[in-house]
Design a protein around this ligand. Sequence first.
Ligand code: FES
Length: 127
Amino acid sequence: MQRVASAAEVETGKLTVVTAGGRSALLTRIDGRIVAFANWCPHLGLPLARGQLDGKVLRCPWHGSRFDVCSGENLDWANAFIGIPMPGWTHKLLAMGKAPAPLETLAVEERDGEVYVAPPTRGKQRS
Ligand code: FES
């Protein structure tokens, strides 16, 4: 695990972008507990930092896939285009051959006012 932020930076209802192991990750606070997940969507690998967070559900800003950020469970798959909901017949096209997949959740620990995260295993490597 690697220190990525101070605990005070992580707020309920907001996404905090951090870097762990050279890869981007997101933090938020759910019911007082910090959760961490990779900052890339399992659909096409695009960043989730501008996604819409509603409680523990994050909607990807690109094609609308929704994920439970605590468990990583995929709740809905590719149903929008840049935030605009699309009719059902377009969903297979939007999926672009990708099967629904979960979000990569990360082990996280809050200790002495600091946040420690296990780095994502995939996603764009930052230099
Ligand atoms: S990149 Fe997230 S739903 Fe397509």
